[in-house]
Design a protein around this ligand. Structure first.
Ligand SMILES: NC(=O)C1=CN([C@@H]2O[C@H](COP(=O)(O)OP(=O)(O)OC[C@H]3O[C@@H](n4cnc5c(N)ncnc54)[C@H](OP(=O)(O)O)[C@@H]3O)[C@@H](O)[C@H]2O)C=CC1
Ligand SMILES: O=C(CO)COP(=O)(O)O
Length: 343
């Protein structure tokens, strides 16, 4: 059997775990870390103490800080840096990526300065011959659980079925089930916007609201995610799948979620800066709230939860007031406000 050559860009929680999945599957894996101490620790001790404390990584997982070495001559490259860093990393890597490589990103967010989806950012930065070889991996998948081989399901979406299938073949195994998916826009939007609702769920839990409130946030959150998604060209059915409701549920209910934890810390009276300092890992939902708030205005879409969260995060609105305003909205019909399935 020929060994496939793969690379993962970004040695945080998710990049390291996806690299471990690829290594478990018998692929040759190069993990690009921007810090030398992180790469050295992975190569010599087979651990990533900052992002995955207590976990031992496969010993044939090789880390480097040399981006050219990481991406040259690979069958598959996974881009797993925070959304705001994808453009810079892709731009630097682009000249060294071969024609036959499949490039999959697993970042959940939008580029705030341009309001672009991450696959759009990649397409702008990669050479023309790679533009049809881009895909997105998303779904309910906390790194902390995948590293201990807890059963996990995700999707890989690409407009080109063969590209999604190529990535699926290298990533799928007995604990990591990968489905292909045709709707890149829907998968990217579901994976990004659920982080806003997870921040809200953390706030709600921290304020002592109960399970009714959380179910309301998840359900009405899904309605506004789907509304913006459809306005941006997503297929409505995608939001009923793993990258939609699946990821929304896990992020709003899991103790592993950084977005949920950040919302919870906010509810205890910490400022946004204090919360982000304490987290020490990326909390994508913060910039995604700003991006979605702007996108909603651009597309003329009602997103009440996103609007209130934007006011809490950036305008100093009291969370309790935001809840009162959500509950006190004018009378509406649930179905009228839901997605229009015939669109
Ligand atoms: N964690 C999870 O369970 C999941 C995460 N995701 C998504 O994956 C993406 C990455 O998240 P995750 O791995 O969790 O994040 P972490 O915060 O755990 O790690 C971020 C990683 O990105 C690196 N990084 C930060 N800024 C830059 C930059 N400008 N250039 C290069 N590298 C940079 C960090 O390096 P350094 O250590 O040097 O700062 C670190 O290795 C996010 O979009 C997230 O939403 C998706 C599914 C699951
Ligand atoms: O996307 C994730 C799980 O699918 C990770 O969510 P957090 O970034 O909130 O930890």
């Amino acid at each position: 059997m020929t060994m496939n050559k793969t690379a993962v860009l970004g040695a945080g929680s998710w990049g390291t775990v996806l690299a471990a999945v690829l290594a478990d599957n018998g692929n040759e894996v190069t993990l690009w870390a921007r810090r030398k101490d992180a790469a050295d620790e992975i190569n010599t001790e087979h651990i990533n103490s900052r992002y995955l404390p207590g976990r031992v990584l496969p010993d044939h997982l090789y880390a480097t800080t040399d981006l050219k070495e990481a991406v040259a001559d690979k069958d598959l490259i996974l881009v797993v840096v925070p959304s705001q860093s994808v453009r810079d990393v892709a731009r630097e890597a682009a000249p060294y990526i071969g024609r036959n490589t499949v490039v999959v990103h697993a970042s959940k967010g939008f580029e705030l300065s341009s309001l672009k989806r991450i696959s759009e950012v990649l397409r702008e930065e990669l050479p023309d011959y790679l533009k049809d070889r881009v895909a997105v991996l998303s779904g309910p998948s906390h790194a902390e659980e995948v590293i201990r081989h807890s059963p996990t399901t995700v999707v890989v979406a690409s407009e080109a079925p063969a590209v999604a299938q190529a990535a699926q073949a290298l990533l799928i195994n007995s604990y990591f089930r990968v489905y292909t998916h045709p709707d890149v826009i829907g998968v990217e939007i579901g994976g990004s916007l659920k982080n806003i609702i997870a921040l809200g769920a953390g706030l709600s839990d921290g304020l002592g609201f109960g399970d009714n409130a959380k179910a309301a946030l998840i359900t009405r959150g899904l309605a506004e995610i789907a509304r913006l998604g459809m306005a941006m060209g997503a297929k409505p059915i995608t939001f009923a799948g793993l990258s939609g409701v699946g990821d929304l549920v896990v992020t709003c209910t899991s103790r592993h979620s950084r977005n949920w934890r950040a919302g919870h810390l906010l509810s205890q009276g910490n400022s946004l800066d204090e919360v982000l300092d304490q987290m020490g890992m990326v909390v994508e939902g913060v910039k995604t709230t700003q991006a979605a708030y702007r996108l909603a205005r651009q597309h003329g879409v009602e997103m009440p939860i996103t609007r209130e969260l934007n006011d809490v995060l950036f305008l100093g609105k009291e969370p309790q007031r935001a809840v009162e305003d959500l509950m006190g909205r004018g009378k509406t019909d649930e179905m009228e406000e839901m997605i229009q399935l015939d669109r």
